[in-house]
Design a protein around this ligand. Structure first.
Ligand code: ARG
Length: 569
């Protein structure tokens, strides 16, 4: 709707005493296309004008009566709104021209130029399997990275690995007591995890284990050689394991700065908290009181000198600001850590950092399998690698069944299988808990990646059959696309840029996911009503251009979610 919105903004600016760009922003899409295409909410003027919104709408429409613009053809009042009807001809030309000339750039912009967004995502805990719980952070965080990047921001992706903390004391103790080199080399991460579970079972009856673990973590913090060697080995083995998952999913990070990365900065951070007078000693521990702000107190240092998760997060935030000078720092972390981030941001604010307000916790709900919530403590965990492999296998079965002649079934199964897991996660409002259901995520006719990928592959197949047809863009061709389904598809294609912005604005990749389902649905409606290859030559060409534009929108949109679009499936 870009150009149409700009035009209406400029049109109304002198009439309503608002800036054109502000007016463009205020324009809404009416609930029913019968009412018009873009609605200006007159109630925003009501208090200033001391006039009822409906009468403002009526008088504006009177001023505009008999006029029309390039993109709008009439303006009609409806309750508190002034509704504009878009001229379908100029609009269709503009949309197709934009998509077909900008191609892979359609949907991208440079509005974020010169600004940096730091995104903390994935961030699994070393020596534990990469559980399905971390997939949400990985997939949502990576999509946000791609979305902000598309808007011209400089993105810094950081994997804040959980590679420090008292649990490493526990692990060292477990390994020293029960460790088996052979089993470690067979399947390192799962084995380390079993040791961790064993520690917790044993420590229930043998509390001395906990003291021993604390001692070893202390040694680790002091840099004692044996402790450091064990820790760095566990870390390396874990990272090798995660790398397999990241590679499979095509996920990248600019930095693997885990919690341990900030060890050297912790003393300074604590000194700062003391010098600002916000931390106090209590029975040997160091505490920040946040009662005034309705938050529980935070411990920055235990009485044995050990630091905590939040101490390292404080140091990390300061480091990130000093290193990258961010306009925004996003923490893509489960909703169960809400309190942690409230406390973290409040302390940063109390330390006097203006930029504390640019830090955002981007929370998400849990993934539930039928088994219920997953926790790494009790050994009830579903492994992401297994989930991904299972999805790829199921996709393969469906493809074998639907398209037995397909040449490269493995590539298609990979794209569809991985797409299903990603989309199953991304298409849900992130804050909601997700119920993961295999039948649903791989349903080719449901609200799934496969449904979108299938629409895309279908277009590719039509375009292959039309190979050799002249697809050079001619302005007048768009005028032939006057069927209801054609106009609806063009309208859907028009809004990719604003959907990308809305997704960034609310940190909600789901906006793009849902939108793509809509585009695929409009394409399917078109496809069932409007023959492409059997139409006469001018109409055939116009329709080929239209579906080529739809193909481009689907590819671009899926790309922002990190999902591949195979040409055949
Ligand atoms: N490792 C943590 C966990 O698995 C997540 C870390 C999130 N990032 C952060 N800066 N706290 O719970």
């Amino acid at each position: 709707m870009f150009k149409a919105k700009e035009e209406i903004g400029a049109l109304l600016e002198p009439l309503v005493a608002l800036e054109a760009s502000r007016i463009s922003e205020l324009l809404e899409v009416p609930p029913d296309p019968e009412f018009g295409d873009l609605a200006f909410p007159c109630y925003v003027l009501a208090s200033r004008r001391q006039q009822a919104p409906a009468s403002i709408a009526a008088s504006l429409s009177q001023v505009l009566s008999g006029r029309r613009g390039v993109f709008w053809e009439k303006a009609v009042p409806k309750g508190p709104y002034l509704n504009f009807f878009i001229d379908p001809l100029s609009f269709g030309r503009e949309v197709l021209r934009q998509v077909l000339s900008r191609r892979a750039d359609y949907g991208r912009s440079s509005r974020g130029r010169g600004q940096t967004v730091v995104i903390d995502y994935s961030s699994p805990n070393i020596a534990k399997p990469f559980g399905i719980g971390h997939i949400r952070s990985t997939v949502i965080g990576h999509a946000l990275y791609l979305i902000f990047e598309a808007l011209g921001y400089r993105c810094i992706g950081i994997n804040h690995l959980g590679d420090w903390g008292t649990q490493f004391g526990k692990l060292i103790v477990s390994f020293k007591r029960w460790g088996d080199e052979e089993r470690l080399s067979e399947d390192p991460v799962n084995y380390l995890y079993q040791l961790y579970v064993k520690f917790h079972q044993r420590s229930e009856t043998d509390p001395a284990l906990e003291d021993e673990a604390r001692l070893w973590f202390k040694k680790l913090e002091e840099g004692e050689a044996e402790a450091v060697a064990a820790w760095s080995r566990f870390r390396r083995l874990s990272l090798e394991n995660y790398a397999g998952i990241y590679d499979l999913l095509g996920i990248k990070f600019d930095y693997f700065h885990g919690e341990s990365h900030y060890n050297d900065l912790l003393d300074d951070t604590i000194r700062l908290a003391l010098s600002k007078g916000i931390a106090r000693e209590s029975e040997g521990a160091l505490i920040v009181d946040l009662e005034k702000y309705g938050l529980p107190p935070v411990m920055l240092r235990k009485k044995d000198g050990a630091t905590l998760y939040i101490t390292r997060d404080l140091a990390a935030a300061i480091y990130r600001y000093e290193t990258f000078g961010f306009a925004k720092a996003l923490y893509v972390v489960g909703a169960e850590q809400k309190l942690h981030f409230q406390q973290l941001f409040k302390i940063l604010e109390l330390l006097g950092f203006e930029w504390a307000h640019s830090c955002v916790h981007v929370p998400f709900g849990l993934i539930r399998f039928k088994e219920g919530r997953m926790s790494t403590r009790d050994g009830n965990i579903i492994f992401l690698q297994e989930v991904l492999q299972r999805s790829i296998n199921l996709a393969r079965e469906i493809i074998e069944d639907k398209n037995p002649d397909l040449a490269d079934k493995s590539a298609a199964a990979l794209a569809v299988g991985l797409g299903a897991v990603r989309f199953g996660d991304l298409s849900n409002d992130r804050i909601k808990d997700v119920e993961f259901d295999w039948d649903k995520v791989l349903d080719f006719s449901g609200e799934t990646a496969a449904y979108i990928q299938y629409a895309h592959a279908r277009i590719c197949s039509i375009l292959r059959k039309a190979a050799g047809a002249d697809l050079a863009w001619e302005e007048g061709l768009a005028d032939l696309l006057q069927q209801e389904e054609e106009k609806a598809l063009i309208k859907a294609l028009a809004v990719l840029p604003e959907k990308v912005e809305a997704a960034a604005e609310g940190y909600r990749p789901s906006v793009i996911a849902r939108y793509l389902v809509e585009v695929a649905r409009e394409f399917n409606r078109f496809y069932h009503q409007c023959p492409v290859l059997s139409s006469d030559s001018a109409l055939q060409k116009a329709r080929l251009l239209l579906i080529d534009a739809a193909r481009q929108v689907l590819v671009n949109g899926l790309g922002l979610l990190g999902i591949a679009a195979p040409a055949e499936m």
